[in-house]
Design a protein around this ligand. Structure first.
Ligand code: ADP
Length: 205
């Protein structure tokens, strides 16, 4: 059983890698960005509230995001472990997640941070804009999301680094190679912290 986070700037390939790693570890990948986009598309009350922030590349307010995550990780498929993608992104969200886990007597096993240079990120995101047409993939909004990531999320990573559970992984190169690097990083953090049950070890190969 694993409870972990994948962090990384917009365009670092978090979403793609999160799905692959979660499959491999037999846990569910939970992407706050995907949940928000789904709610915007379905025009739910949550989507209507979140849309203006997402379109502008701003963070949805913590209170809204925290409530959504608490609800999601409380669902039965997350009881076997989860990989959070895109959360927490603020110090307030770190505190909220700590409280959620504490309450359930759980803790995080690992945090992986995907690193990619800003220049390559902008290039990747502009390319994705052509293919997927995401409303927040315009040059101006991309720049804003990157700035926000560096400004806000640095202190989130710092907090987890202090707990000794962060691995930085190079997010460039072939997708398969990045997946492999991430899995190796996760296995070593879990082995080092002893949070590595036999059942998961069997899944390594
Ligand atoms: P990216 O990492 O490429 O910016 P995501 O798909 O993870 O994209 O998120 C898209 C948008 O959803 C963000 O710009 C933000 O508006 C909102 N969002 C996602 N996760 C969070 C979060 N943890 N806190 C606040 N807003 C979030």
């Amino acid at each position: 059983m694993t409870r972990m986070l994948i962090m990384g700037p917009p365009g670092s390939g978090k979403g793609t890698q999160a799905g692959r790693i979660a499959d491999k570890l037999g846990i569910v990948a939970i992407s706050t960005g995907d949940i928000f986009r789904y709610n915007v598309k379905e025009m739910t009350p949550l989507g209507q509230e979140a849309k203006r922030y997402i379109d502008a590349g701003d963070f949805v307010p913590d209170e809204v995001t925290n409530r959504m995550v608490a609800d999601r990780i409380g669902q039965s498929d997350a009881a076997q472990g989860f990989l959070l993608d895109g959360y927490p992104r603020t110090v307030g969200q770190v505190e909220a997640l700590d409280a959620m886990l504490d309450e359930a007597g759980l803790r995080l096993d690992a945090v992986v941070e995907l690193t990619v240079e800003d220049e390559e990120l902008v290039e990747r995101l502009l390319k994705r804009a052509e293919i997927e047409g995401r409303a927040d993939d315009t040059a101006e909004v991309i720049r804003h999301r990157l700035d926000l990531y560096h400004r806000e999320t640095a202190s989130v990573i710092e907090q987890y680094t202090d707990r000794g559970i962060v691995s930085r992984v190079d997010g460039t190169g072939q997708i398969d190679d990045v997946t492999e690097r991430l899995l190796q990083a996760i296995y070593s953090v879990r082995a080092a912290t002893g949070s590595f049950p036999a059942v998961d070890r069997a899944r390594q190969d």
